[in-house]
Design a protein around this ligand. Structure first.
Ligand SMILES: Cc1cc2nc3c(=O)[nH]c(=O)nc-3n(C[C@H](O)[C@H](O)[C@H](O)COP(=O)(O)OP(=O)(O)OC[C@H]3O[C@@H](n4cnc5c(N)ncnc54)[C@H](O)[C@@H]3O)c2cc1C
Length: 497
């Protein structure tokens, strides 16, 4: 009977971090099981924009990740504000209304920079400034949002490809079209392998430790409907169709404790023109996140969120869900021509509706109450403003007063024709519900004790995110806990020798 030191289930960022970390820490025989066939490999990681949120005290701490960057960007480091561990933790606390797990969020934040350096140095992941998603031009300089400067070169596609290359270089075996279906237990109740449904049928594969890194349940309509609700049940899926909650169900079946917000998910405004699953070649380009510079209306012609509540990378993960709660789960984003240059390049993947007047524009939209829509925009334009001037590089406080829902930043009027409308719906990215783990990434059972031999990481970790999520945290969390899981799985395997 062939036995591995460590089996890693999944082949996204978290799982491959775990596999490489296990190997780096002495596990000789590591097996990666990937449910997807080779041409669909890599999970949501392939789809990601691959922006990485990192805590640092001085902007120049990022220099090793971005060699020679000052030749490409004028005064590059002057456009970056320090983002301390406290800032990062405060952001996590703020967007989750104080509910993020204190132990896990501390581990994530404290390790964020070291993890990204490890991805770079050990994984060989090349980095670049996240210019199309995060930076805003001010004169000749780019101003970066706090903590969000760096991404993997070629985004998720590049990140995923690099992880597979790093695994291959270490001789880590990857089996494609091979889904783990069940966790195996020995006589003493220790996890000793998995059942696998592969190209040639079912087999049992044994190992001294198993790391689950096989994603959440975002692609599983039954689990979405059951745990999050019918509205999210009907959402379009932004990433891989293979994350069906298998790992969560397998672990819970042997006594793992569900943890975190099972009724919560990351869902963003995406183009309503896309199909039920985002095409792999367009990765994250369905996103429509420039609503901060315009208005969002529903089918009743009304606004339903404060588009300027915060910078978009702190609100996008909950506004997708807000759209799903509106009639028909659909809306429109409206802009005028003076802000058009501020829209993310991703908007170019769909064609806007364009008209010379607001009335003509709204007449073209698939909404039920066009007269109300016109009143909504006219009332917004007529509302008194407080604050000084529109400034897209920061929360500018340029706000309306007296509307049912005020726009509290970037409240520029829609008064410069032509006008533009982009359709939006909510697309689910990943689910927040997961398993309880300890600081060693060991899975905790419903008896509050670790399940011996079982580790988890990535989207399967419960407790970090509630209701909302600060952009760029998923991949850093995945690599942080993947690295910890791999290291501890390797230690356990060596202890069994
Ligand atoms: C469009 C989009 C854009 C994003 N942009 C960003 C971003 O810019 N920054 C950021 O930090 N995060 C981003 N995210 C989130 C990020 O992609 C995820 O947090 C991260 O990829 C999760 O990593 P993971 O390894 O846990 O899961 P995944 O990468 O989804 O990997 C799960 C793996 O498990 C496999 N699998 C599933 N079931 C089984 C089974 N039974 N047996 C074997 N294998 C199985 C899957 O095929 C896959 O390989 C984005 C996500 C999407 C969809």
């Amino acid at each position: 009977m062939q036995e591995y030191d460590v089996i890693v289930v999944g082949a996204g960022n978290a799982a491959l971090s775990a596999a490489i970390s296990a190997h780096e820490n002495g596990a000789k025989h590591v097996l990666v099981l990937e449910k997807a066939p080779r041409d669909m490999r890599g999970g949501n990681t392939h789809w990601a924009g691959a922006v990485l949120r990192i805590a640092f005290d001085e902007p120049r701490e990022l220099e090793p990740l971005l060699p020679g960057i000052e030749e490409q960007y004028e005064s590059f480091y002057e456009g970056i504000t320090p983002y301390t561990r406290k800032d990062y933790l405060d952001d996590l606390m703020r967007v989750t209304s104080g509910r993020t797990d204190p132990t896990l969020s501390r581990i994530l934040v404290d390790n964020s920079k070291d993890t990204v350096f490890w991805m770079h140095e050990v994984g060989g992941v090349k980095m670049e400034p996240a210019i199309t998603i995060a930076g805003v031009k001010k004169g000749n300089m780019v101003v970066w949002p706090r903590g969000l400067v760096v991404r993997a070169v070629h985004e998720g596609v590049g990140l995923s490809r690099t992880w597979f290359a790093a695994a291959a270089k270490r001789g880590i075996e990857v089996r494609y079209a091979s889904a783990a279906t069940e966790l195996l237990l020995d006589d003493r109740g220790r996890i000793c392998g998995t059942k696998v449904r592969g190209p040639h049928g079912l087999e049992a594969i044994h190992a001294k430790a198993v790391v689950l890194g096989c994603g959440g349940f975002e692609a599983n309509v039954q689990m979405r409907t059951q745990h999050i609700g019918p509205l999210v049940g009907a959402a379009k899926v932004r990433g891989t169709p293979f994350n069906q909650g298998d790992g969560l169900r397998m672990a819970i079946a042997i006594g793992a404790m569900p943890w975190g917000q099972w009724s919560g998910c990351h869902a963003t405004p995406i183009s309503a023109d896309w199909g039920d699953f985002a095409p792999r070649e367009y990765t994250d380009r369905s996103n429509r996140l420039s609503y901060v510079y315009g208005l969002m209306i529903n089918r009743k012609g009304r606004r339903f969120v404060d588009e300027g509540e915060d910078q978009n990378l702190y609100t996008y993960a909950k506004f997708g869900r807000a759209i799903l709660a509106e009639t028909g789960a659909k809306g429109y984003q409206l802009f005028d021509s003076k802000v058009l240059h501020l829209l993310e390049p991703r908007y170019s993947t769909s064609k806007p509706i364009v008209a010379g007047s607001l009335k003509e524009l709204l007449a073209e939209l698939d909404i039920d109450d066009k007269e109300q829509a016109l009143r909504t925009v006219e009332e917004f334009n007529a509302a008194p403003r407080v604050g000084k001037v529109f400034d897209p590089t920061k929360k500018d406080g340029y706000a309306t007063r007296g509307l049912a829902i005020d726009k509290t930043n970037w409240a520029v009027k829609l008064d410069s024709p032509p006008y533009f409308a982009y359709s939006v719906t909510g697309g689910i990215t990943f689910t927040f519900g997961g398993l309880k783990i300890n600081e060693n990434a060991q899975v905790i059972g419903t008896d509050w004790r670790p399940l011996p031999g079982l580790f988890t990481c990535g989207e399967m970790v419960g407790g970090l995110f509630y209701d909302n999520y600060p952009a760029g945290t998923g991949l850093v969390s995945g690599a942080t806990f993947g690295r910890i899981a791999g290291r501890n799985a390797a230690k356990l395997a060596q202890a069994c020798d």
